[in-house]
Design a protein around this ligand. Structure first.
Ligand SMILES: Cc1cc2nc3c(=O)[nH]c(=O)nc-3n(C[C@H](O)[C@H](O)[C@H](O)COP(=O)(O)OP(=O)(O)OC[C@H]3O[C@@H](n4cnc5c(N)ncnc54)[C@H](O)[C@@H]3O)c2cc1C
Length: 403
């Protein structure tokens, strides 16, 4: 079965948070949109720290109202050098009110974020959801077609590839990817604690990577613990009581007695950037375009800016009577996203390497950098502002402007 080609329609492949956001942005503006995505095979027990611009975008799209009750504000971020090395960095504390914000952002469990996005998506009459695997994507001169596993073929002017790090869309567009793996694994879980977190996240820097506690509503937090792969399995297999004791010790009891909750995840760390973010009627967003280690809460925040940027450009093209999947639209998208993604990828990769390095001058450089950030007010505020939002132009949705 084949749909009649509609030059005003868009197909989003992948129903993760980036794909759902793009589908909501497009369909919310009245563009006929199909979201084709298979559900994740196992529950995602991670949380996402959504920075202020992402929260504004989700509010503008009518999603945040479904998230609020499940999200905790991040008002303070502490970086603590726990490497035990000779040259240690000073503790750095960033407070959102120093840059005039009530909070840097909000932390929410991925299951609540996905439920909120799906709820909003189901309200939109212009959005058709097909919870199915996409078997093939074929870009053509006049349109692109997407074949579902059931045999149905859907045609559209533009395909938004939000199908994650093993992206079928990226292959179909002929885009290669520069990929590297780190000798690091992130153990993720949620926990309850006896002391309040005071809306503060704390990132302990250890020789194997960051050990980060991020607040959740009530006396709960999420943990992302970056480990050497040789230790990760042993630690992940500890029983709840032993793991809680280990976490309490590693966190220097700042949150008091720890109770670990059900569900643990292990995520090997990698870095990947697509050579181009769009080609042949296909625009890549989220992890289909870039993967970065979970340091400084940047991954999905970048992915949401991708979703906002391609939606903004495609909707503008449609309203001007132009082709949404034209090379002009795709090139504009690539230009709009390149520096934001490249800048953050380089910064996080460098920071991660300085943690892992045993080379004294490198450790000294990291310590000096953090010392300067701690001591020089304007630099501190610039770092905070850049961490929350890129200095380069932000997509409209991140500025609270409807599409
Ligand atoms: C430990 C950890 C902690 C993190 N913490 C943060 C954080 O605090 N803040 C932050 O901003 N980011 C964070 N990130 C990054 C964030 O999790 C990712 O950026 C985000 O999940 C990527 O979303 P996505 O929609 O691009 O991809 P995914 O979530 O991978 O979604 C892709 C979807 O596409 C579907 N799919 C794939 N192939 C097909 C196909 N052929 N047909 C149909 N569907 C398909 C998949 O089933 C999946 O549902 C973290 C990452 C890790 C590993």
């Amino acid at each position: 079965m084949s749909d009649k080609y509609d030059k005003g329609s868009v197909i989003v492949v992948g129903g993760g948070p980036a794909g759902l956001t793009a589908a909501i942005a497009m369909a919310g503006s009245g563009i006929s949109t199909v979201l084709a995505g298979k559900r994740p095979s196992r529950p995602d027990n991670r949380t996402t720290a959504l920075l202020a611009g992402s929260v504004t975008a989700l509010s503008t799209l009518g999603v945040w109202t479904h998230c609020e009750a499940h999200a905790a504000p991040l008002r303070v971020m502490r970086l603590v050098d726990d490497t035990g090395r000779l040259w240690r960095a000073p503790e750095v504390k960033f407070a959102a009110n120093e840059i005039g914000l009530d909070a840097f952002g909000y932390n929410i469990e991925n299951r609540h974020l996905l439920t909120a996005l799906e709820r909003r998506a189901r309200d939109l009459p212009s959005l058709r959801i097909r919870e199915e695997e996409v078997a093939a994507v074929a870009p053509g001169d006049d349109n692109a077609s997407v074949a579902l596993k059931s045999g149905e073929v859907i045609n559209g002017a533009l395909v938004i590839g939000a199908d994650g790090r093993r992206s079928l869309c990226r292959n179909a567009a002929g885009i290669s990817v520069d990929e590297r793996t780190y000798k690091q694994v992130a153990l993720t879980l949620c926990l309850a604690h006896s002391r309040p977190h005071h809306d503060s996240s704390t990132e302990f820097h250890t020789p194997s990577g960051p050990f980060t506690l991020v607040p959740l509503p009530g006396q709960r937090s999420s943990l992302v613990w970056v480990l050497d792969p040789t230790d990760a399995d042993d630690i992940a297999e500890l029983d709840d009581a032993a793991l809680a004791a280990e976490i309490e010790q590693r966190s220097h009891s700042i949150l008091g007695k720890i109770t670990v909750e059900r569900g643990r995840g292990l995520f090997p760390l990698s870095l990947a950037t697509a050579d181009r973010f769009a080609a042949r009627r296909i625009a890549l967003i989220g992890e289909a375009a870039h993967v970065i280690p979970p340091i400084g809460a940047q991954g999905l925040n970048l992915g949401l800016r991708d979703a906002a940027a391609i939606s903004e450009l495609a909707i503008a093209a449609h309203r001007a009577g132009r082709d949404m999947g034209s090379d002009a639209t795709l090139n504009a998208y690539d230009r709009m996203r390149r520096s934001d993604v490249a800048g953050r990828t380089i910064a996080i990769d460098l920071f991660n390497r300085t943690l892992l390095s045993d080379f004294l001058p490198v450790q000294g450089a990291r310590g000096l950098g953090l010392y300067l950030v701690d001591r020089i007010g304007p630099l501190r505020r610039a770092v905070m502002r850049e961490g929350v939002a890129p200095a380069s132009a932000q997509p409209r949705l991140m500025r609270g402007k409807a599409l």
